[in-house]
Design a protein around this ligand. Structure first.
Ligand code: FES
Ligand code: FES
Length: 135
């Protein structure tokens, strides 16, 4: 698909965020391909201020990451919106055929993004619990 090749060759969100609130590496053990997600979360602790990725891998895994993060950045998704998604979102973004034929490639970035959000929430809860003990 042309849109996949375009995002693979000219990614818009393929860079590291040095001051990221979360850095979450994700990999596909079957092939060794990698997508690392970076997240900056807004002061309200709910809205994703900036999301990016770095990675090495097949066209579908890398293009899917860029297309997914374009949506999250442009629409200003919340953390909870990320957790509510599933592979149907990738069907909408890159086509049902790509997801059916290459499910692990197509969902690597989404799975890693969800893991990043889960880690952020868990870390905040731990922080809050820690502060509670101190005060
Ligand atoms: Fe490894 Fe696609 S071949 S993620
Ligand atoms: Fe390698 Fe999809 S994981 S082809």
């Amino acid at each position: 698909m042309e849109i996949l090749l375009d995002h693979f060759k000219h990614p818009r969100h393929r860079y590291a965020i040095p001051e990221a609130d979360v850095t979450m590496p994700g990999g596909n053990p079957g092939c060794g391909d990698i997508v690392t997600i970076y997240l900056k979360v807004g002061d309200d602790g709910q809205v994703i201020a900036e999301a990016s990725f770095e990675g090495e891998g097949c066209t579908i895994s890398q293009a899917a990451a860029d297309i997914l993060l374009e949506l999250v950045n442009e629409e200003g998704w919340t953390l909870d919106e990320v957790l509510e998604t599933d592979y149907h979102l990738m069907e909408e973004l890159i086509g049902e055929e790509a997801v059916r034929l290459r499910p692990r490639c197509a969902t690597l970035a989404l799975g890693t993004l969800k893991a990043a959000v889960t880690k952020y929430k868990r870390d905040r809860l731990r922080e809050e619990a820690g502060l509670d003990r101190v005060t």
